[in-house]
Design a protein around this ligand. Structure first.
Ligand code: DGL
Length: 270
């Protein structure tokens, strides 16, 4: 199976695109809802939580795990790939979602000035700046942390004046740094749930870049290039949902994210 991990519900936006573009595979989605949000947690904590989740998904039979969470990709991916994977299961793979997003950014900007909105953890890690500058040193990257947005989404409060207020606040803080920004990466998997609000506030001048389709295309390409991994993955078109919190609450909210009924199980990962 392909393991898909997020701190909470946000990664379901990525899973939704996997199911559209790669429907034949079997997936296990794991949301660490009991400990979400991760965005303002320390490097060490995000790393430990993410490592636990990866081990859990490996133990369930996932040779490939996607960290469908920018915060975990920013703070834990490299250490897991370089230090833990060789000891745990050298033949398994853990992939993140920052690199594939960075790879396509030049398609979206004419001014060569782009914005990143994400959690404090993602922004402070500087991972987007690093990855984008490796590929496109000429692009100027401006960032704004949005600490209130993931908690709003996690609590299902996407369509209320508080969401409008904070989306407006963080967007104008970003544009104050550089008014010529013409593309903004929604660098948190929770933010696609606020895309209507972003569009209402930012209008047409700025291209908003949610990651779900980009990451799904990148996974498709990865599986095409890595036949040895593709051959290990079962293909019966099933999805299993696991949460570290109450599964009834998960099912109600997850259905809103995925647009279909979800039946999850509660699991422990620590
Ligand atoms: N959805 C996660 C991300 O993409 C993090 C949200 C959180 O747990 O703070 O960064």
């Amino acid at each position: 199976m392909i393991g898909v991990f997020d701190s909470g519900f946000g990664g379901l936006t990525i899973l939704k695109s996997f199911l559209e573009k790669l429907p034949e595979y079997d997936y296990v989605f794991l949301g660490d809802n009991a400990r979400a949000p991760y965005g303002s947690r320390s490097f060490e904590t995000v790393y430990q939580y993410t490592l636990q989740a990866v081990k859990k998904l490996f133990s369930l039979g996932c040779p490939l795990v996607i960290l469908a969470c920018n915060t975990a990709s920013a703070k834990a991916l490299r250490t897991i790939q370089q230090n833990d994977l060789p000891k745990l299961c050298p033949e398994n793979r853990v992939l993140g979602i920052i690199r594939p997003t960075a790879e396509i950014i030049s398609n979206y900007t004419k001014t060569k000035k782009i914005g990143i909105l994400g959690t404090a953890g993602t922004v402070n890690s500087g991972s987007y700046i690093l990855e984008i500058h490796k590929l496109y040193p000429e692009i100027k990257v401006f960032q704004q942390a949005c600490p209130m947005l993931a908690p709003l989404v996690e609590n299902g409060e996407t369509d209320n004046p508080a969401a409008d207020y904070f989306v407006e606040k963080y967007s104008s803080m970003l544009l104050k740094q550089c008014p010529d920004i013409d593309a903004i990466i929604l660098g948190c998997t929770h933010y696609p749930l606020l895309i209507k609000t972003f569009k209402k506030i930012l209008g047409d001048r700025i291209t908003l870049i949610p990651q779900n389709e980009i990451v799904a295309e990148s996974l498709k390409d990865y599986l095409f290039r890595h036949k040895e991994m593709d051959e290990k993955l079962s293909k019966n078109a099933t999805v299993k949902f696991l949460t570290t919190d109450n599964n009834k609450i998960f099912d109600e909210r997850a259905a809103f994210f995925l647009g279909k009924t979800v039946k999850s199980e509660t699991t422990e990962i620590f």
